[in-house]
Design a protein around this ligand. Structure first.
Ligand code: CAA
Length: 379
C-alpha cells in the first residue's frame, strides 16, 4: 500500500495551488458576493489543461489520471468552491459521459472544445418532480424521422447559464421508468432550447444554477449518447465520478476552514494570549484536521479504484458522504473559532459555511449516498 502521491501528482498539486492562491483567491470573495461567473479564471484553467485533466491527449486532454483531477479540484476549491464545482460539473458530468459513452464522431465533435475549456458543459438530470428519484424524469424524447423531439424542463443545472453543450436525460419509453430513459447531447443553439429561472443561492454564487426549458427541441438522431433506453445507467455511472468531484470540492472548503482557523487562532488574543494556547481551540483544530484527512483518504482511494477500472460506486458514495459532512463540520467549527467575527463578511469562514452546505445536497444528498452504500452491503 502506497499512500504517497507520485512526483507528477505533486507537481500538479503545486502548480494548481500556486495558481489558485495567486489568481483565484484575490477575486473569489468579490465574485461570489456579486454572483459573477469567473470567466477569466476558467479560460486560464483551460490554458493550463485543467478543464480536461484526466482525458487523453488525442482529444485535447492533459492525459493525467483521475487522482490528479481530484487534487486539482481540491486545490481550486480551497480558494473558490464555485470555481471548483464549475470545473467538476463540466469535467465529470459532461466530458466524462461523452468520452465514455460517445461515438468517435461525438468525441471528435465535442471533446476538443470542452477539454480545452473553450466551451463549457452542463448536465441536466434533475427535474421538479425528479430529484433523489432521478428515474422519474418527465422530459420526453420522441423520434420523428431522423430527429428526436425533446420536451420538458430541467432544474438545478450547474453551469447552465454559460454552457454551450448539455448532456441530459429524457424518457424514451415512459412505461419502463429507469429502463426507458436515454441520454442526449444538446447544443445550446438548438431551436426551442432556452434558460428559465436562474437560482439565487445560499452559497457558490459564482457558479450558475438554472432551469432548462425544452420546447420541441429538435436534435438529430446522432445526438443520442450511448444506447437507447440505457440513459439511466449512463447517468448513474457519470454520477459515480461526479460524486468524487464533489468530495474533492468539499475537501477544499474544509481545508480552507481549517487553515484560516489556524491562522486566526494564532493572531487573536484573549486573556493576554493567542487563543491557540487554549485546549478548547486546539481540540477543535485537531478534530477538524483528523476528519479532513480521513475524508481525503476515502476520496483518493475511490479515485485510485476508478483509475484502475474497478467498480467504485460504493466507495464514491462513501467518499462524498464523509467529505461533505466533514466539510460542514469544519466550516461550523471555523466560525466557532472565529467567534462573532466569523459571522461577518469580514472573514472568509462566513463564505465557507455557506458554500459547504451544498456539498451535502447535490449529486445525491447524504441520504442517497447512505442508500447507495447500504444497498451494496445488504444485497
Ligand atoms: N452504476 C451502474 N448502474 C447503476 C448504478 C451505478 N452506479 N446505480 C444504479 N444502476 C443501475 C441498476 O443496476 C439498475 O439496473 P437494471 O435496470 O439493469 O436493474 C438501474 O440502474 C436502476 O437502478 P435502481 O433500481 O437502483 O434505481 P432507483 O430508481 O432505485 O434509484 C438511486 C437509484 C441511487 C436512488 C438514484 O436514483 C440516484 O442516484 N438518485 C440521486 C440522483 C442524484 O444524484 N442527482 C444529482 C443530480 S446532478 C446534480 O447534482 C447537478 C449538478 O450539476 C451538480
Amino acid at each position: 500500500m502506497d499512500f504517497m502521491l507520485t512526483e507528477e501528482q505533486l507537481m500538479l498539486q503545486d502548480m494548481v495551488r500556486k495558481f489558485a492562491k495567486e489568481e483565484i483567491e484575490p477575486v473569489s470573495s468579490d465574485n461570489e458576493r456579486n454572483h459573477r461567473y469567473p470567466a477569466d479564471i476558467i479560460s486560464q484553467l483551460g490554458e493550463l489543461g485543467i478543464m480536461g485533466i484526466a482525458y487523453p491527449v488525442e482529444y485535447g486532454g492533459a492525459g493525467m489520471d483521475f487522482v490528479s483531477y481530484m487534487i486539482a479540484v481540491e486545490e481550486i476549491s480551497r480558494y473558490c468552491a464555485s470555481t471548483g464545482v464549475i470545473v467538476s460539473a463540466h469535467s465529470s458530468l459532461v466530458c466524462d459521459p461523452i468520452f465514455r459513452f460517445g461515438t468517435e464522431e461525438q468525441k471528435q465533435k465535442y471533446l476538443p472544445d470542452l477539454l480545452s475549456g473553450r466551451k463549457i458543459g452542463s448536465f441536466s438530470l434533475t427535474e421538479a418532480g425528479a430529484g433523489s428519484d432521478a428515474g422519474a424524469t418527465s422530459t420526453t424524447a420522441v423520434l420523428d424521422g431522423d430527429h428526436w423531439i425533446l420536451n420538458g424542463s430541467k432544474i438545478f443545472a450547474t453551469n447552465g447559464k454559460e454552457a454551450e453543450v448539455f448532456v441530459l436525460i429524457a424518457s424514451t419509453e415512459p412505461s419502463q421508468k429507469t429502463r426507458g430513459v436515454t441520454t442526449f447531447i444538446v447544443d445550446k443553439d438548438s431551436p426551442g432550447y432556452s434558460i428559465g429561472k436562474v437560482e439565487q443561492k445560499l452559497g457558490i454564487r459564482s457558479s450558475s444554477t438554472v432551469e432548462i426549458i425544452l420546447d420541441n427541441v429538435r436534435v438529430p438522431k446522432s445526438a443520442m449518447l450511448g444506447e437507447l433506453n440505457k440513459g439511466f445507467k449512463v447517468s448513474m455511472v457519470t454520477l459515480d465520478g461526479g460524486r468524487l468531484g464533489i468530495a474533492s470540492q468539499a475537501l477544499g472548503i474544509a481545508r480552507a476552514a481549517i487553515e484560516d482557523s489556524i491562522k486566526y487562532s494564532k493572531e487573536r488574543f484573549q486573556f493576554d494570549q493567542p487563543i491557540a494556547n487554549f485546549q478548547a481551540i486546539q481540540w477543535m483544530i485537531a478534530d477538524m484536521w483528523t476528519e479532513y484527512e480521513s475524508a481525503r483518504l476515502l476520496t483518493w482511494r475511490a479515485s485510485i479504484m476508478k483509475d484502475k477500472g474497478m467498480n467504485y460506486s460504493r466507495e464514491a458514495a462513501m467518499a462524498k458522504l464523509k467529505a461533505s459532512e466533514v466539510c460542514m463540520f469544519c466550516a461550523n467549527k471555523a466560525i466557532q473559532i472565529h467567534g462573532g467575527y466569523g459571522f461577518t463578511e469580514d472573514f472568509k469562514v462566513e463564505r465557507y459555511y455557506r458554500d459547504a452546505k451544498i456539498t451535502e445536497l447535490y449529486e445525491g444528498t447524504s441520504e442517497i449516498q447512505r442508500l447507495v452504500i447500504a444497498r451494496t452491503l445488504l444485497k
